[in-house]
Design a protein around this ligand. Structure first.
Ligand SMILES: [Zn+2]
Length: 194
């Protein structure tokens, strides 16, 4: 786990807890409403990936690493769409993370107290991505994974953490998306009754 993780939590109105925040942040490097992609230009991508612990501070970033990151990002996004009640991701959508699983990118570490953890084998981007998947695995066991969801507004699809008491939250931000959508449905209803 990167000790230097620094994320701007003011960027998220509904941030996920602990390390799951890194998964959310990776998914949300693409604003699916405006198509604004924080990984589109290599210099900007470097800064973001170092912040997310997916790239060493002095490591080079090559095109294949960036492709791996964006592939994993889209696969994780497909999974949080499913968490929100959307369809199960198809095999193609999951391939980037399953491909990671086919390589020996993690090893088992046992510390002095006997705590066992799967850790990246090295500092490479694929190994760090595999390390991020262990965060997903831990969240799946802890029950927090199912609460990382994609916004129900299909033009938005922003990943948010559902802290509502009944776990039935559907919007990244009710004032932004919930109301926008309600207005649209209202207009559509009005049109259909004319
Ligand atoms: Zn939204």
């Amino acid at each position: 786990m990167p000790a230097t993780l620094v994320l701007d939590d003011q960027d998220e109105t509904k941030p996920a807890p602990g390390q799951l925040r890194r998964v959310q942040a990776l998914i949300n490097t693409l604003d699916r409403e405006t198509n604004d992609d924080r990984l589109a230009d290599p210099e900007g991508a470097r800064t973001v990936l170092v912040k997310l612990g997916l790239l060493g501070p002095d490591a080079p970033l090559d095109g294949s690493d960036l492709d791996a990151v964006t592939g994993v990002r889209e696969a994780l996004h497909a999974l949080v769409v499913h968490n929100a009640g959307g369809p199960e991701p198809d095999a193609r959508a999951l391939r980037p993370i399953r491909d990671l699983g086919d390589h020996a990118l993690l090893r088992v570490r046992v510390d002095a107290s006997g705590a066992v953890a799967a850790v990246p084998v090295d500092d490479s981007v694929p190994a760090r991505l595999a390390g991020l998947l262990t965060v997903v695995s831990e969240a799946q066991r802890a029950g927090t994974w199912a609460l990382l969801k994609a916004c129900a507004n299909d033009e938005c699809l922003w990943a948010f953490y559902d802290r509502s008491r009944n776990h039935g939250g559907t919007w990244c931000d009710m004032s932004e998306c919930g109301n926008k959508l309600k207005n649209r449905q209202f207009r559509a209803r009005r049109r259909s009754t004319r």
